[in-house]
Design a protein around this ligand. Structure first.
Ligand code: TPP
Ligand code: MG
Length: 223
């Protein structure tokens, strides 16, 4: 199931790992071409960061100074392989260097750090200086799919991250320290759960697209 909303400028997830980076670069090109002031944020994983088309996109994005932030969600694992095992350069924030794209490595488990880094990146991109790469270091709690035996890591590793670095728990502590009461936090959590539940219900109950939609906006050439 993939979410998609033109209305909210959310162009969805994609089945082909890494392809969203080229699509995002195209969207950034549109922002520049029409001068609408928009910025594209293209999210991809540590596994996707090894896809060839990512680098073709980097090249064009920097060459044309496109308004795009490449956000690598480095959750340490692709389908069944850790980033260190699969990547010659595992400091992923450096992956844009040969295209002159500046990169920042950010603690992706720290909400406020991510917010701060995003602000810096947006300022640069909006200033017409071209793309920025953000590597958000995070962690994947769950297996890749229901059939993932997770032989590539220990239970203890997962448990330790949950206990020590969970971003929601960390933010809760920060909010408490800032004077937000337990009741307010509970209300907040309830509200968020409802928003997520409503979105899930909407996705499950929305009708399937009509069959003819398969050909909508698809160019079929006859030879
Ligand atoms: C081109 C392509 N190759 C392989 C797959 C199968 N596949 C789906 S998800 C995935 C791993 C992606 O890992 P990562 O980019 O780190 O994303 P994460 O799920 O960790 O966020 C793979 C190999 C695919 N969908 N597309
Ligand atoms: Mg990953």
């Amino acid at each position: 199931m993939h979410m998609f909303s033109v209305e909210h400028g959310f162009y969805g997830g994609h089945g082909i790992v890494g392809a969203q980076v080229s699509l995002g670069t195209g969207l950034a090109f549109k922002h520049k071409y029409t001068g609408d002031g928009g910025v594209c944020l293209a999210y991809f994983g540590d596994g996707a960061a090894n896809q060839g088309q990512v680098y073709e996109s980097f090249n064009m994005a920097e060459l044309w100074k496109l308004p795009i932030i490449f956000v690598i969600e480095n959750n340490q694992y692709a389908m069944g392989t850790s980033v260190n095992r699969a990547s010659a350069e595992d400091q992923l924030y450096r992956r844009g260097e040969s295209f002159r794209i500046p990169g920042m490595q950010v603690d992706g488990m720290d909400v406020l750090a991510v917010h701060g880094a995003a602000k810096v990146a947006l300022e640069r991109v909006r200033g017409g200086k071209g793309p920025v790469l953000l590597e958000l270091k995070t962690y994947r709690y769950r297996g890749h799919s229901m059939s993932d035996p997770a032989k590539y890591r220990s239970r203890e590793e997962v448990q330790a991250v949950r206990e020590k670095s969970d971003p929601i728990e960390l933010l809760k502590k920060e909010l408490e320290a800032a004077g937000v009461s337990e009741d307010e936090l509970k209300t907040l959590e309830k509200d968020i759960r409802r928003i997520v539940q409503d979105a899930a219900d909407f996705a499950e109950q929305a009708p399937e697209p009509e069959l003819f939609e398969l050909y909508t906006d698809v160019l079929v050439e006859q030879y």
